[in-house]
Ligand binder design. Structure first.
Ligand SMILES: *Cc1c(COP(=O)(O)O)cnc(C)c1O
Length: 373
């Protein structure tokens, strides 16, 4: 039995009727951009999160970039970002013209460590941009407590946390605004690129509606130097078909995560994910850590088990930022995590038997392979 890391086909098989109907609705409407499907999806998604506004855009990266642009954050400004995370967060900041200031992660949760924030704040700091990494909400209470008295914005990168909750509030509704991605592999995924901005701020939402459409809300009246960043009607219709299933799909992920945590407890030198109290993760990824990552990954690949590394190079050491002045050793915790993390298969269409098989293969690896000192 092969265990792929990700397989998009079973989601289609489960939702074939709804997705086919969505496709036909859009085809028959003759309207492909900025129409009724998007308006309806925006309302449905905002309601699901408990926020006033959802503005559909082309992808998660531009959602974050436009939040910064709409907030007047640009050249000369600094935005604090997680040193351990995806490069999109850095890129959103640099595309807006501002400077990312990396913050080391908490070594238990992998999320931005709020205890380190105060020492990173300067007179140029304008915002803090945490990621709810792997689907676990960042410690937003602590982050907001530091940001609020200093007048800093808190912008969530909620690309990996659809349906996650922190003390009964939804990820994507925990800051001043959130950038959401509906990239196909996310917990709520479209069938191409798509994204959204969620916020309770009327003025910010209004600006994003301009920015996503060449800076114009009314055709050819260009208020700002905007982007072309629209979510298509087709993707909005597909997302409307999938949104009602998100809760159930996340519950299936959560059951598989519980199974992993039980079966992998005490195996080898594995470090398992931690869930702080009050948090309900979306389990976008199930990430373990081991000093023997390369050998474990090779062993699992040989058994037909798909894994992935999220992410092998921290953004500050990525060649894309070779001119930014960062060097190895600048953020040792993030660099260590990048060397040790491994994502195991988890998704709403994996079976408990597949998870058992992954766990058996991991146990066999650690009992058969002598420990590397
Ligand atoms: C997927 C992702 C993004 C970017 O989303 P796109 O829709 O691919 O642009 C941003 N941040 C994180 C943490 C992500 O996982």
């Amino acid at each position: 039995m092969r265990v792929p890391l990700l397989d998009l086909k079973p989601a289609y098989e489960e939702l074939r009727t709804e997705l086919d109907a969505a496709y036909h609705r859009v085809m028959e409407s003759g309207w492909v951009l900025l129409g009724e499907e998007l308006t309806a999806f925006e309302a449905e998604y905002a309601r699901s999160l408990g926020v006033t506004h959802c503005v559909g855009v082309a992808n998660g990266l531009e959602a974050l970039q436009m939040i910064l642009m709409a907030s007047g954050i640009g050249p000369g400004d600094e935005v604090i970002v997680p040193a351990h995370g995806y490069i999109a967060t850095y890129l959103a900041v640099t595309h807006a013209g501002a400077r990312p200031v990396p913050c080391e992660p908490d070594v238990a949760t992998y999320n931005l460590d709020p205890a380190r924030l105060a020492s990173l704040i300067t007179s140029r700091t304008r915002a803090i941009l945490p990621i709810h990494l792997y689907g676990l909400p960042a410690d937003m209470d602590s982050i907001r407590a530091i940001a609020r008295p200093r007048g800093l914005l808190v912008i969530e990168d909620a690309a990996q946390s659809h349906g996650a909750r922190s003390r009964d509030r939804s990820a994507g509704a925990l800051g001043d605004a959130a950038g959401i991605s509906f990239y196909p592999s996310k917990n709520l995924g479209a069938l191409a690129d798509a994204g959204a901005v969620t916020t309770n701020d009327d003025r910010l939402a209004d600006r994003i509606r301009h920015l996503r459409n060449y800076g114009a809300k009314v055709r050819y009246q260009h208020e700002y130097q905007g982007l072309n960043s629209r979510m298509s009607e087709l993707q909005a219709a597909f997302l409307r078909a999938k949104l009602p299933r998100l809760k159930d799909w996340n519950a299936r992920r959560s059951a598989l995560a519980t199974r992993y945590l039980r079966l992998l407890a005490g195996v080898g030198d594995l470090v398992l994910p931690v869930v702080p109290s009050g948090m309900e993760p979306a389990w976008h990824l199930f990430v373990v850590r081991t000093a023997q990552r390369a050998a474990l990954q090779a062993h699992l690949t040989a058994q037909g088990i798909g894994t992935q590394i999220h992410y092998p190079t921290p953004p500050h050491l990525s060649p894309a930022y070779r001119d930014a002045g960062w060097k190895p050793g600048d953020f040792p915790i993030a660099e260590r995590l990048a060397n040790e993390v491994l994502s195991l298969p988890i998704g709403p269409h994996h079976t408990p038997e597949q998870i058992d098989q992954v766990c058996l293969a991991i146990s066999a690896f650690f009992s058969g392979v002598p420990r590397i000192p």
